[in-house]
Design a protein. Sequence first.
Length: 94
Amino acid sequence: MTPPLYIPVTPTIMAGSLNFMKDSASTAEALFIKLNCLPSLHNRFQQLLIDVTNSSQTLRDTALTAKMALETNLKALAYIESELNNAEHIDNDI
């Protein structure tokens, strides 16, 4: 059995999903006020939206931190490689 194919997750898709949830929360709030039905389900959805928003922010912050660390490490690696190449040239000249 082949595994299901998923589309790659991008920040655009994640932001779109979060915006869709927020729009749905507004619709759910209006229906809850108008019909006053399923209050526990409404409260669970509101808590889920808060949790997803917080998780999205944490994921965004962690990804940015990791990206910055990776860029710093790549610059350091390039510097070390250039120093190593210079050292090899000096050894060959000797």
